[in-house]
Design a protein around this ligand. Structure first.
Ligand code: FAD
Length: 438
């Protein structure tokens, strides 16, 4: 059986399904090929399941503090099976939502493993799909360390740890990046003793140094032990060990294309074009920053360009959202990077402890830091504190639009809200903060 389409998308994760929707919106006849569940890593094994578990961990932590809010909640306990069941219900609902969106956009979803035979020709079992253009969005899988193979018992991937199992008394986590810290927060809050091993001199690459110092102090208080500059050996594992030392792009089935590679990733230019005409690639398969929001944006750009557009993707202002407790939000240059690139910089900081809403909510830990050049151009914003992953959205808008710090300081915010803290940090750059000492 052979079928013809304008666009064939291989992989139904955030990069692929969004590319398919955008192409259909532009009037193209689209096929989306997916071998597993729609929504990919993000929806089934990544962003959403971890956040569902983090929501439970945060609620559990808050309930333990109920007395300080004047509420007696009795003895609080966890049924981890129910926590995981809730996570699965959320995922199933969202996967159905993606299926519905694809159906309403008249995208043909083809179930099965796709193998690219040549540009514009993909085989899925006995079916052959022909297309004018192809968008590759096959994502990535957990990477391991030499001498360690995943066995689902002792050495675990993040996928394994998201399935139900009794809460382990101890968990070693190899890798102090975003994913490692998400799991450190979930399991330590639920009562597991957690130790994080990071081979680099510091955890959380790309995050502002002051934020790292503060979150390490908070995690230590929460019984998370962090060892940096430490090479983990398989013989060290005496219980369960989560290995999250990065992810490897999924290139199986793409061999015949002879794609240009950049390390283990597929090379693309800023238009998301590979070296093969009419073949685009997006998301974790190509990304220098493996985030769902990067995959979404690259998917839209690839779809538009495949249909005659001329859009480009830039890594310049990618926001980070890290779901520690308190959260981390970050965009633009860290203070160290800003100092390396600019002769003079200005830094303003505002502590959540000085913010009315934070006191009312019992979430006073952390700060907002705004960095500008000497003329006031925004260079970076770094937040450790409540709602940091949401607050960073306004900072990203400001920095992407090239706003100066006085424009950010002029924003009118409702009271009492967390965005007042962002305005105050911008005012602090100008030595005009109203609710802290300049
Ligand atoms: P994927 O989501 O991996 O999707 C690829 C799809 O292609 C899969 O469904 C796969 O089955 C399919 N596929 C592969 N090969 C074939 C084939 N040959 N034929 C058919 N189908 C195929 N990012 C964030 O932005 N925020 C977060 O908070 C966050 N948390 C995360 C937490 C964890 C634990 C993990 C692991 C990741 C997290 N990420 C987060 C990263 C995010 O999940 C990925 O960046 C994102 O899913 C990448 O999207 P993608 O479409 O490129 O690939």
């Amino acid at each position: 059986m052979s079928e013809k389409y304008d666009i064939a998308v291989l992989g139904g994760g955030p990069g692929g399904y969004v590319a398919a929707i955008r192409a259909a919106q532009l009037g193209a006849k689209v096929a989306l090929i997916e071998k597993d569940k729609l929504g990919g890593t993000c929806l089934n094994r990544g962003c959403i399941p971890t956040k569902a578990l983090i929501a439970c961990a945060n609620l559990y932590e808050k309930m333990q503090k109920a007395e300080s809010f004047g509420i007696s909640a009795g003895k609080v306990s966890i049924d981890f099976k129910k926590v995981v069941d809730r996570k699965n219900e959320i995922i199933n609902k969202l996967v159905k939502g993606v299926e519905f969106l694809l159906e309403k956009n008249k995208i043909e979803v083809i179930r099965g493993e796709g193998k690219v035979l040549e540009p514009g020709k993909i085989q899925i079992g006995s079916r052959e799909v022909y297309s004018q253009a192809t968008i590759l969005a096959t994502g990535s899988s957990p990477a391991s360390l030499p001498g360690i193979s995943f066995d689902g018992e002792k050495f675990l991937t993040s996928d394994d740890l998201l399935e139900y199992h009794p809460l382990p008394p101890q968990l070693d986590i190899v890798g102090g990046g975003v994913i490692g810290l998400h799991f450190a927060v979930i399991f330590s809050t639920l009562g597991t003793k957690v130790k994080v091993y990071e081979a680099l001199p510091e955890i959380l690459p790309g995050i502002d140094e002051e934020v790292i110092i503060a979150i390490k102090r908070i995690l230590k208080r929460k019984n998370v032990e962090i060892v940096t500059g430490a090479r983990f050996e398989a013989s060290q594992s005496c219980g369960k060990t989560l290995i999250c030392v990065g992810r490897t792009p999924n290139t199986a089935g793409l061999e015949s294309l002879k794609l240009k590679m950049e390390g283990r990733s597929v090379w693309v230019n800023e238009k998301m074009e590979t070296n093969i005409p009419n073949v685009y690639a997006v998301g974790d398969l190509v990304s220098k920053k493996m985030f769902a929001h990067v995959a979404y944006e690259q998917g839209v750009i690839a779809a538009e360009n495949a249909l005659g557009g001329d859009r480009t993707f830039s890594y310049e202002y990618i926001p980070y959202g890290i779901y520690t407790h308190p959260e981390i939000g970050s965009v633009g240059l860290t203070e160290k990077e800003a100092l390396e690139k600019h002769q003079n910089i200005k830094v303003g900081k505002f502590p959540f402890a000085a913010l009315g809403i934070a006191a009312a909510m019992g979430e006073t830990e952390g700060f907002i830091k705004v960095i500008s050049d000497e003329k006031g151009k925004l260079l970076g914003v770094h937040i450790l504190g409540p709602e940091a992953t949401d607050l960073i959205g306004s900072a990203t808008l400001a920095i992407k639009q090239g706003l100066t710090v006085d424009k950010l300081a002029e924003t009118f915010q409702a009271h009492p809200t967390y965005p007042e803290g962002l305005q105050e940090a911008a005012l602090a750059v100008l030595k005009k903060s109203l609710h802290s000492i300049n």
